[in-house]
Design a protein. Sequence first.
Length: 276
Amino acid sequence: MEPKKTVLITGASSGMGLACAELFARRGWTVHAGARRVDRMAGLATLGVHVHALDVTNTESNRAFVDAALLAGQGRIDVLVNNAGYGEYGPVEDLPMERVRAQFDVNFFGAVELTKLVLPTMREQGSGRIVHISSIGGDLYTPLGAFYHATKAALQQFSDTLDAEVRSFGVRSTVVQPGGTQSEWSEIALSTAKQNTAPDSVYLPLAEAIDRLLSGQSASATSADLAEVFYRAATADHPKRRYLHSAGDRMAVWIARCLPNLYRSGIRLAIRRLIK
């Protein structure tokens, strides 16, 4: 009998990461789910998922996560899903540098370190898939999200370069770009924007406008919908460079990439209307 395949998933305590771990488990995979909030993964344990305390900004925590998966999987890792991330919003001028560094530590450097830790195993076994969870925000942008968008753009460029380096070893790297999703993400992003904008800040009117803009957006995609996209990216025989969920997401990314002046004008018009 062929051994069960092994997947490592970060940021698995809520939203897309939690739904992804559930989906892989139900489809017969050996799943190692990591997150800081272990208590929120109790339901995963009932599905047979290996639950781990994981802080992706801590090297020892990352090593322990990968080592535990290797031990349980008899030295094999088939897929790594780099899902851990959050949005640190606020004006560039006001945002403290420690928060900027924290944003990159979680969204980018954590994914980089875990990738480096699994690559030797994947390369030696001659196969493997690394799925980086970016965002349409890797191509789009809104004011106050400079550092969040920068981390996602960096993750995408990292994935493309990595794929070119490791493809000859049977290892592939790909990117999923979720759009609006029914999750805690926007609430956290808006909360950080408020924390990072002082009551007397010259950017307060802009921050209030962005709050109204993001709060007014409806998200049709569920975490379960995105988990299916994650699964396709992880298992496709010929993985695509990018995976997006909806036609709307694809159109928005296309406009931002191919018609940047139009996209910029749209953002400026929306902000002017909201500030008035």
